[in-house]
Design a protein around this ligand. Structure first.
Ligand SMILES: Cc1cc2nc3c(=O)[nH]c(=O)nc-3n(C[C@H](O)[C@H](O)[C@H](O)COP(=O)(O)O)c2cc1C
Length: 338
C-alpha cells in the first residue's frame, strides 16, 4: 500500500519527507532560566529526527521573558538565543527533518515573577494571578516582540514558523470573549478580538516569507465561548493574511472538562479545512499509523501532529510504517537493526 502518511508534502517551497509532525511540547528544561537551548533539547529533538519524523515543531518559545509559562521555558526574546537555536536546527537538518518553532506568549498563564499581562484583568482560576490589562503600548511592544522572534527564528534557520494562538495563552485570550472584555478596538466584536492576532501575523509576515502556521483552540468548551464555527471564520481571515496551515487543537482558555477520546479534535481540523479552504493539521490522541492514514486519506487534515506518543516512542514513524506495510528507510547506522 502506498501510504499517504509517508508521502511528501510541500508547503510554500518546503518539502516534508512525510506527513508526520512532532507536536510542540514544552520541556521546561532551560535549567539556567535564561531561555537558552541546553543539551536536553539537542538530544530530545534530534532523537525524533533520527526516528524519521518529517517535521519537528520546537516547543512554545517565549517572545518576551515576561511571556514565559515558567522560568524554564525556551526563549527567543534576545539575539543571544539565536546561537543555540541555530545549533539545534542544524542537528535536526543533519538527520533529514524539517524544522519549525512555535512562537509564544503565555499572557495570563505566565507564572514567572513580576507583572503578567493579558487583554483583561481576569485570572485563569483562583490559583493564578490577576494579570494587568494591556495598554496600547503593551500591545504594540508585544506585536514587535513576535516580529523580533520571527526574525531570530529565520536567522536560526528554521523552515517554518508557527504562531501559538491556542490553549488560553495571550493571543487566544484576545480571541475569546471569555477572556477579552476590552472596550477598545481590540475587544467586543469578533473582528476586534481578531485584531491582535491579525497584527501579529502581519508583523511576522513583514520579516518572514516562508511557511506560516497558526495553532488554535477550536473550541472553548463553554456555552459563551468560541466554537469551531467561529474558528472557520477566523481561519478564513488567517488564510487571507497568508497563513499556510492552521494547526487545530482545542480548549484550555478557561478551566473546562474535556472529553478526550482517540482523535477527539480531528473533526475540528476537518471542519476548518472544508469551511475555510485552508490546509490543516490534526492533533490529539492520534497514536496509530492506521488512525493517521485514515485522517489523511479521508482528507480531514493535511498533516498529522503527534504529541505524547512521540514522547513514549521516538521511533513512532517506524512503528506506523510497519503497521501500514510501508518500508521506511533506516538511518544508515541502524540498518542492521531496523
Ligand atoms: C509535555 C507536553 C507539553 C506540551 N507543550 C505544548 C506546547 O509547547 N505548545 C503547544 O501548542 N502544545 C503543547 N502541548 C500539547 C501537544 O502539542 C498536543 O497538542 C497534545 O498533547 C495532544 O496531542 P497528543 O494526544 O498526541 O499528545 C504539550 C503537551 C504535552 C504532553
Amino acid at each position: 500500500m502506498a501510504a499517504t502518511l509517508f508521502s511528501p508534502y510541500t508547503i510554500k517551497g518546503v518539502t516534508l519527507k512525510n506527513r508526520i509532525v512532532m507536536s510542540p511540547m514544552c520541556m521546561y528544561s532551560c535549567h539556567n532560566e535564561d531561555g537558552k537551548v541546553e543539551n536536553w533539547h539537542k538530544i530530545h529533538y534530534a532523537a525524533r529526527a533520527v526516528g524519521q519524523v518529517g517535521l519537528i515543531v520546537v516547543e512554545a518559545t517565549a517572545v518576551t521573558a515576561q511571556g514565559r509559562i515558567s522560568s524554564r521555558d525556551l526563549g527567543i526574546w534576545s539575539d543571544e538565543h539565536i546561537t543555540g537555536l541555530k545549533e539545534l536546527v542544524s542537528l535536526l537538518k543533519e538527520h533529514g527533518a524539517k524544522t519549525a518553532i512555535q512562537l509564544a506568549h503565555a499572557g495570563r498563564k505566565a507564572t514567572v515573577e513580576g507583572e503578567i499581562i493579558a487583554p483583561s484583568p481576569i485570572a485563569f482560576d483562583e490559583n493564578m494571578r490577576v494579570p494587568k490589562e494591556m495598554t496600547k503600548a503593551d500591545i504594540e511592544k508585544t506585536i514587535q516582540a513576535f516580529q523580533n522572534g520571527a526574525r531570530r527564528a529565520k536567522e536560526a534557520g528554521f523552515d517554518i514558523i508557527e504562531i501559538h494562538a491556542a490553549h488560553g495563552y495571550l493571543i487566544n485570550e484576545f480571541l475569546s470573549p471569555l477572556t477579552n472584555k476590552r472596550q477598545d478596538e481590540y475587544g467586543g466584536s469578533a473582528a476586534n478580538r481578531y485584531r491582535f492576532l491579525g497584527e501579529v501575523i502581519n508583523a511576522v509576515r513583514e520579516v518572514w516569507d516562508g511557511p506560516l502556521f497558526v495553532r488554535i483552540s477550536a473550541s472553548d468548551y463553554h456555552p459563551e465561548g468560541l466554537s469551531v464555527e467561529d474558528y472557520v471564520e477566523y481561519a478564513k481571515r488567517m488564510k487571507e493574511q497568508g497563513v499556510d496551515l492552521v494547526d487545530v487543537s482545542s480548549g484550555a482558555v478557561v478551566p473546562a472538562k474535556i472529553d478526550a477520546y482517540p482523535g477527539y479534535q480531528v473533526r475540528f481540523a476537518e471542519q476548518i479545512r472544508q469551511g475555510a479552504g485552508v490546509a490543516t493539521g490534526a492533533v490529539g490522541l492520534i497514536t496509530s499509523g492506521l488512525q493517521a492514514e485514515e485522517i489523511l486519506r479521508n482528507e480531514r487534515a493535511d498533516l498529522v501532529f503527534i504529541g505524547r506518543e512521540l514522547l513514549r516512542n521516538p521511533y513512532w514513524p517506524r512503528t506506523a510504517a510497519k503497521e501500514l506495510g510501508v518500508e521506511l528507510e533506516a538511518p544508515v547506522q541502524y540498518k542492521r537493526g531496523w
